[in-house]
Write a protein that binds this ligand. Sequence first.
Ligand SMILES: [Zn+2]
Length: 168
Amino acid sequence: MLLVMNMEGDVLEGEGRPSTEYKLHREVYRRRSDITAVIHAHPPKAVAFTIAGRRLDTGLLPECVVTLGNVPVAPYALPGTEALPRSMTELICLSDVVLLARHGSVTAGTSLGEAFKKLEKLEQCAQIQLYAEALGGPKPFSSREIADLEGLRGHYGVNSRTMSFGEA
Ligand SMILES: [Zn+2]
């Protein structure tokens, strides 16, 4: 069921009650005038990394470097409260993709398809890193290889907001 809401949190169209997590969506729209689609999800493998206190390295695969960049993790915040959107306010200004510790993800774009692709890539990164861990641990790209991949964004028309791998 889809609901149409205004920025005050009133339901304009649709039946039923909105998820308490609509506040996450609203926070992204408030902070990012360039964004027109937001997906909040609970991708299990990506979230597992935040629970284990392990870094999900989105710099291990070419398409993840290009599409996602260095994905930041927002600190844990109580679901359904104002603390949750607040926990990722700064990070969503820097990156279209943010992991929420012990909770889920927020991916933003200019269409639902674009936001969904970022979500899918994020979970794919987590799955492949888990496989690589089982095989003795991933071997990272060199910083030169990362820089070359970041340089391809323009070529592929990727205009996502991403953090570089030099940033924390
Ligand atoms: Zn959630």
